[in-house]
Structure formats: C-alpha cells, structure tokens
Design a protein around this ligand. Structure first.
Ligand code: PMP
Length: 428
C-alpha cells in the first residue's frame, strides 16, 4: 500500500501542529505507525490522500452511527447553512433538538447543549458540585470523561494509550478531590461512601465503558450505584457521550433500566458536528444559569449547523430503529473474532455491547482497567498495522472500542473477518 502523501503530510504537520495532530491518539504513536491522512468518507468507507480505501471502524470515534456523509444529514447541513452559520441567539432548532433528546431519554427533563463531550462532563460535574454543595467526586479507573481537570485522573482512552502517568498541569489540590475506584467493584464504592459520604457530590460513570476498551457492567452494579448515591445524597451521572443513542435510542440507561440524575452526551447526538449536551432532572438543571447560580455558557453552543446535523441523525435513528440490526452485526463480529482466535491459537478476550466491541490480546477475562492492561499492546499494534495494510481502519489503541454503523454490510464484516484471520495467523 502506497501512503507517500500521508507520510509527507505528517512530516509537514509536525512542524506546525503538536505531534502533527489535534488529538493525541490520531498520531498512531501507540501502534508505532504513521497516521493516515483522510480525504473523504462515504458509508462505512474512508479514503486517504493517496486514494487507498478502508473499511472504517472508528467512525470519527463513534458519532457516525449511520456511516460517513449520510445523504440526509449532508443535505440538511447544506440547506441550513444558506441561512447563516451562527447567531449567538436562540433558534427554533435548539427547541426541536431539546425535545428530541428529552423524548428519547427517560431521565432527562431539561437539557443544555454545549460543543463537545468534554464540555458536557465538565459542566455536569460543576453542576453536581454546585447543587450538592460538596467537593469530592468519584470516577472509575480507566473511564475517560474528556479532559476536564477534575476528570483527567486515572483516565482511559488516549491517556491510557500513551501511558501518561500523572496529571501534569492539574493542581494536586484539585486532583485530590477526585476519588478513583476500580470499575465493576461495588464494595469499593460502599467503602468510599462510608468514609467520605457527606462530601461526595457525584459518581460519574461510563455506563458501558468504552475508553479502557469495552467493559460491561452488570445490571446489579448499576442498581447498587443508584441505591448508594441516593442513600448519601450524591448525584449519579451517566456519561453517555459514547453510549447515548448508540446502544439504544434511550442510551445505556434504557438498556439497564437505570434512572441517573444527570446524563452527558456527545458523539452521536451531533451527527458528526461538534455537539455535546448535559441534561437531567428539572430541579437539578434549574441550578444552571440563567435560572440558577451555576455558570456555564458558550459562544457557539446550539449552533444551527450542529443542531441540524444532530437532529437529522436522531430523527433517522428514531425512524429506522437500527439497534437490533447493529447488535446482530456486533454479534457476528464478536463470534467471528472468537472463532479466529481458536483457529489460530492467539488468545483474545472479545468484549462487546451492541455496536461497541474490543478485541483484547489477553487470555484473561477483562472486567476492569487492571485486567484490560494485561493485554499485549505490542500484539495489538501488530494486528492494527496488518489490518491497516489490508484496508481495515481500526482504532489505533488497545484501549478503545471498534464502532459499527448501519452502513457496514454483511459483506464488509465478512471481508473484515477474513483479513483478521490472515493477521492473526501472522501473530501466532
Ligand atoms: N466521555 C466519554 C465517555 C467519551 O468517550 C469521550 C470521548 N471519547 C468524552 C467524554 C469526551 O468527549 P469529547 O472528545 O467530545 O470532548
């Protein structure tokens, strides 16, 4: 495969952009490869600047659940842009979009739109602290909630990928207010609340973790979290930036039948444009300015282009209800990878919930970040490079999820598994 233009662009990019990229994992450092520069996408495919074609399992890290450049989403953006790009004033679209989110997600009674998942979680944490008048928060080891200071402690995703140890730039005083506990371990949560219960503002969790690779919790785990947080008057925040509108139209909370106090969104909600949101119980949301005292604002928040892309994608999802289809596609890949592992003797743990899937190169069961880290990242990197070479674009890290879209056909999945078989054989 000729990737000359990508190589040249990367050389050039590194002169002007830190690491040649605008988000660390894109640099392909952990997989010891040069990044591919993308020119265009359509459906489940992307093309790079050298005109190589790939089946894409990154989908811009999750947003493009209907695939790249979906005709209806693109047309809607084109049309609305004729009216202007931003006003910094209320628009009808924001009302429509808010109604769509509230209609979809049971626990959400009011919503505020922002521009990214990071902003959504940062704002939700501020709101939880303001509402409860408490300082400490609980997050889980290996969960990533964006790069807000309070949340960038023992985070997954790129932080885990690059093995960045501490949290340089984040004052110890602030980091010490974040209690980090192992995922899927309810005793640890009980102990923390026994010790610090009166000072814990909230528990924030990826209801299905995707940023240490995919790790699923049990329904009982979420129920217990809900009970404990209620008992101590702390808020339960479901960070559904990745899972929202992906695992079901009502998000992971619908799947697990849990009623969190606040929920954060990003990715799918924006249809590929920069949108985040946080929402929840009216009583809590009314603590946000201008109704309440907790300040949060945004010049481009509720931007008409972004609202249009998001709303169009949500309307299509509601209409198509593709979640069973996505789950079946996910199952096909999961079973395929397990079979390939057996046939080639390369041990892997395949974790999946719906259309999120991770192949961990370990012989251990992966239930938390500690077990996720038993994976052989070098082996993953080899697998990644082999797949890339064969035209399959995977997330460039062991600690990320592969995402599926409605645009991946049965043939694409079979093609992917055939290539994976070849790559596993090279590893065995
Ligand atoms: N929360 C979760 C669960 C995420 O997966 C991410 C991004 N991967 C974020 C928050 C941050 O979102 P963004 O990158 O849009 O700031």
């Amino acid at each position: 495969m000729n990737t000359q233009k990508s190589k040249e662009l990367f050389q050039e990019a590194q002169k002007y952009l830190v690491g040649g990229v605008n988000s660390p994992v894109r640099a392909f450092k952990a997989v010891e490869a040069d990044p591919i520069f993308i020119k265009k996408g359509k459906g489940c495919r992307i093309w790079d600047v050298d005109d190589n074609e790939y089946i894409d399992y990154v989908l811009s890290w999750g947003p493009l659940i209907l695939g790249h450049a979906h005709d209806q989403v693109i047309n809607a953006i084109k049309q609305i842009s004729n009216y202007g790009t931003s006003f910094g004033a209320p628009t009808e679209l924001e009302v429509e979009m808010a109604k769509a989110v509230i209609d979809a997600v049971k626990s959400v009674e009011m919503v505020r739109f922002v521009n990214s998942g990071t902003e959504a979680t940062m704002s939700a944490i501020r709101l939880a602290r303001g509402y409860t008048k408490r300082k400490k928060i609980i997050k889980f080891d290996g969960c990533y909630h964006g790069h807000g200071d309070s949340l960038l402690v023992s985070a997954g995703s790129g932080v885990a990928t690059l093995g960045i140890p501490g949290t340089p730039g984040i004052p110890e005083e602030l980091a010490s207010l974040t209690i980090v506990l192992p995922y899927n371990n309810i005793e640890a949560v009980e102990e923390a609340f026994e010790k610090y219960g009166d000072d814990i503002a909230c528990v924030i969790i990826e209801p299905v973790a995707g940023n240490m690779g995919v790790v699923a919790p049990s329904k009982e785990y979420h129920q217990k979290l809900r009970e404990i947080t209620r008992k101590y008057g702390a808020l339960l925040i479901f960070d559904e930036v990745m899972t929202g509108f992906r695992l079901s139209y009502g998000g992971a909370q619908e799947l697990y039948d849990i009623d969190p106090d606040l929920t954060t969104f990003g990715k799918v909600i924006g249809g590929g444009l920069p949108v985040g949101a946080y929402g929840g119980k009216r009583e809590i949301m009314e603590y946000v300015a201008p109704v309440g005292p907790v300040y949060q604002a945004g010049t481009l928040s509720g931007n008409p282009l972004a609202m249009t892309a998001g709303l169009t994608q949500l309307q299509l999802l509601k209409q198509l209800n593709p979640y069973q289809e996505l789950d079946e596609k996910g199952r096909f890949l999961e079973e395929g990878f397990k079979k390939i592992s057996q046939e080639t003797g390369v041990p892997v743990a395949v974790n999946r919930v719906g259309s999120m899937i991770t192949v961990f190169f370990t012989d251990k069961e992966v239930v938390d970040f500690t077990t996720a880290k038993t994976s052989d990242s070098k082996k993953f990197a080899k697998f990644f490079r082999c797949m890339l070479e064969k035209g399959v674009y995977l997330p460039a890290s062991q600690f990320e999820a592969f995402f599926l879209s409605t645009a991946h056909s049965q043939r694409d999945l079979e093609d992917t598994l055939n290539k994976a078989y070849e790559c596993f054989k090279q590893l065995s």
